[in-house]
Write a protein that binds this ligand. Structure first.
Ligand SMILES: [Zn+2]
Length: 135
């Protein structure tokens, strides 16, 4: 079965990569809820977080704060939400474990905006900015 995230990891599909280490990659969501919406993905394919061992889950979440900090600095967001969905009924669209980092802005309120397709140039510029802010 093909998997869009595995295709991104193997370089078959493009993504605006923000971060990469030996077991994880982070990139901008193609259909962001808001500016800077990003995904942190383990390189090993698992459908649900319950399919991973606890160390792998811990390693995945341990890199979320530094990526979230860089996103907040780059976007001037006021806050962020984390999302992690498991299974179709939970609105998991891509069946490969991922953590959503969703920046939130005071002036926009707490309503979730409709997801839209971002302009590729805008995403490139934003990805570069976030990458430059990562330690
Ligand atoms: Zn996959």
């Amino acid at each position: 079965m093909s998997c869009i995230f595995c295709d991104i990891l193997s370089g078959v599909k493009d993504a605006h990569i923000l971060y990469e280490d030996s077991s994880h990659v982070a990139f901008l969501d193609k259909y962001p809820i808001d500016v800077g919406h990003s995904l942190v993905v383990p390189k090993k394919h698992h459908e649900r977080i319950t399919d991973m061992n606890s160390k792998a889950v811990g390693d995945l979440f341990s890199i979320v704060p530094k990526i979230a900090n860089a996103i907040l600095s780059a976007t001037n967001a006021d806050a962020f939400s984390l999302g992690q969905n498991n299974g179709r009924a939970a609105k998991q669209i891509i069946p490969h474990v991922h953590v959503h980092i969703i920046p939130r802005y005071n002036h926009k309120g707490t309503i979730w905006t409709k997801r839209s397709i971002s302009n590729t140039d805008e995403l490139s510029i934003l990805a570069r900015k976030i990458k430059s802010l990562l330690p």
